[in-house]
Write a protein that binds this ligand. Structure first.
Ligand code: ADP
Ligand code: MG
Length: 311
């Protein structure tokens, strides 16, 4: 469905990434509140049409682990992407848990996040023939009902690619080692590069920190990923299975790294799928979000500013 900007009432900014902002907006014809991502568009009209066609496929996708897309429009050099509004993204969430509440995310929650993300990525690949290419905690959303959903693939990813091409591409710290050597190549992308990014994300969610030194230059960071051993999750707070799962995703050699089918058979995900933990997970997300201290909200703001400066 086509959206008109006149039907959207701005309710304020939720967050900001390197390439645009996300606002909470009310779709006035129905009163539904959405998340609207506004991102600079450098693509021509023909590409816009193709993207909107492709978006139709995404709009119709029915996967409980993928944030709903409602439509998009191009306006004055910007693309507005309308999607389901969730309560938080996992980057914000883990910062609250580790840095403000000084706790750790429980293993059942990590398992649910891993299962949801792998299921979403598998759905994208098998049903829509798409790869994500930007898996990271800020693109995994969660809500108080305990739902975990992946977002920001397809149109958003393509626009970011087209912007990145015009600048010195960088700011992709979750990128797999094999991608770093071929950064400008978009053909031949392997699903397993998304598996690597998932591994980095899980490491971060389990430890509360990014596995590489973040303060070096982009060049240094890429050197670390390509030249040194992959990060290893060793925290004994998590079971052997949890650690083995994350470390399997962080297999440096892409040819030895598992694909989704194999990951879905891993005991860590099988156990999670068999567990009836919906109520516990919902309660956990609620308890953290209800205890979010003001300083965390401030840190959020500073984090966004930092992201903009870095990129
Ligand atoms: P990034 O993913 O790099 O942080 P984005 O522009 O994609 O940048 O998003 C900015 C922030 O907006 C995210 O970090 C996330 O916290 C928030 N956000 C994005 N989409 C949604 C959504 N559908 N519901 C709730 N929050 C969202
Ligand atoms: Mg995002």
């Amino acid at each position: 469905r086509q959206f008109s900007v006149d039907d959207l009432e701005d309710l304020g900014e939720i967050g900001r990434g390197a390439f645009g902002a996300v606002n909470r907006m009310r779709y006035t014809p129905t009163g539904v509140v959405l998340a609207v991502k506004r991102i600079r568009s450098t693509v021509d009209e023909r590409q816009q049409k193709n993207m909107l066609l492709e978006l139709n496929v995404v709009v119709n996708c029915q996967c409980e682990f993928i944030a709903r897309s409602y439509g998009a429009l191009f306006k004055e050099g910007d693309c507005w992407i309308c999607m389901e509004l969730m309560d938080t993204s996992l980057d914000k969430f883990y910062r609250i848990v580790y840095h403000h509440l000084h706790e750790a995310i429980p293993e059942v929650v990590i398992a649910r996040i891993a299962l949801a993300t792998v299921s979403a990525l598998d759905y994208l690949k098998e049903k829509l023939g798409m790869m994500h290419r930007d898996v990271k905690p800020s693109n995994i959303l969660a809500d108080r009902r305990g739902r975990v959903k992946l977002c920001d693939f397809g149109i958003a990813g393509k626009l970011v690619d087209s912007i990145a091409k015009t600048r010195d591409a960088g700011c992709r710290p979750y990128m797999a080692p094999e991608r770093i050597d071929h950064q400008r190549m978009t053909e031949g992308y392997d699903v397993r590069s998304d598996v690597w990014s998932l591994g980095i994300s899980l490491y971060e969610l389990c430890t509360g920190r990014f596995p590489y030194r973040q303060w070096g230059t982009m060049f240094e960071q890429l050197e670390q990923v390509v030249k040194s051993d992959p990060p290893r999750l060793t925290d004994i707070r998590y079971s052997e299975e949890a650690r083995s799962f994350a470390n399997l995703c962080l297999t440096k050699d892409v040819k030895k790294r598992p694909k989704y089918r194999q990951l879905l058979q891993h005991p860590f995900l099988l156990e999670s799928a068999a567990l009836d933990a919906d109520a516990d997970i919902a309660a956990y997300f609620c308890s953290v979000l209800n205890r979010t201290p003001e300083e965390a909200q401030l840190a959020d703001l500073l984090g966004a500013v930092h992201k903009v400066i870095l990129c």
